[in-house]
Design a protein around this ligand. Structure first.
Ligand code: PLP
Length: 228
């Protein structure tokens, strides 16, 4: 099955990218399954992947209902506050915390079940209008404000690179997010684990890993071109 070959190839490239910069820590390959047929997702799961991601709540819920427990479900897209209730108690990690009212809603829902939801704060490092996320200069105060919410736990940062091909520009975007992540980590807040940095998709995950990413979100690279 070509899915196996794709996964092998990506894993090899991940290892090579790590070794270019002397990293020995783990990088999670997150399979982005949006619009993908079950036959292909099954193949990826049979080949050992257990972490899948969707960018829409209703699609993630479909995957959860289809596969049940035993997989890790990741919410990588924009999250409306009125849809939090459908996923908050089944999702492994929310990647798109980008505003305070979403933090409050996630916190409230989690508190109602006496649980803690793991989240990444989405960063808009290049200030593109089409992208969600907190601007770099506002990030520290946003994270600080979230520390009071005891039922969400910030586990790190996520960013989407701008649609540019210039390698040095891309690198500097990724590096700016890495730097601020390290800076926040160095504050040593007890309520905070800055252990994840999710940067890089099919076209830029190697570069992102060289710049410090430890969760890459790959769709096309595993499953082939999406038909939408
Ligand atoms: C679709 C998507 C990806 C994966 O994109 P590919 O280019 O297919 O690898 C990653 N992250 C987010 C937030 C996405 O919506």
């Amino acid at each position: 099955m070509y899915i196996d070959d794709n996964i092998d190839e990506i894993k090899e490239k991940i290892e090579k990218a790590k070794s270019r910069v002397g990293r020995t820590d783990d990088v999670l390959l997150l399979a982005v399954t949006k619009t993908v047929d079950y036959e292909l997702i099954d193949a990826a799961l049979d080949y050992g992947l257990v972490d899948i991601a969707e960018n829409k709540v209703q699609e993630l819920v479909k995957r959860m209902d289809h596969y049940g427990d035993g997989l890790n479900y990741h919410m990588i897209g924009r999250l409306q506050t009125n849809k939090v209730k459908y996923i908050y108690d089944r999702v492994k990690l929310v990647y798109s915390l980008d505003r305070m009212n979403l933090a409050t809603e996630l916190n409230k829902r989690a508190a109602s079940q006496d649980m803690v939801i793991d989240v990444l704060v989405q960063v808009n490092a290049s200030k593109e209008e089409t992208k969600a996320g907190i601007f770099l200069e506002n990030l520290e105060s946003f994270v600080y404000d979230c520390l009071e919410l005891n039922n969400i736990r910030i586990r790190g940062l996520m960013t989407m690179a701008p649609d540019i091909t210039d390698e040095s520009e891309l690198r500097s975007v990724f590096n700016s997010v890495y730097e601020i992540s390290e800076k926040i980590k160095s504050r040593g807040y007890n309520e905070l684990d800055m252990d994840y940095l999710s940067m890089g998709m099919t076209n830029d995950y190697e570069l992102a890993i060289e710049e410090g990413s430890n969760i890459v979100r790959v769709g096309t690279g595993i499953f082939g071109k999406r038909n939408y």
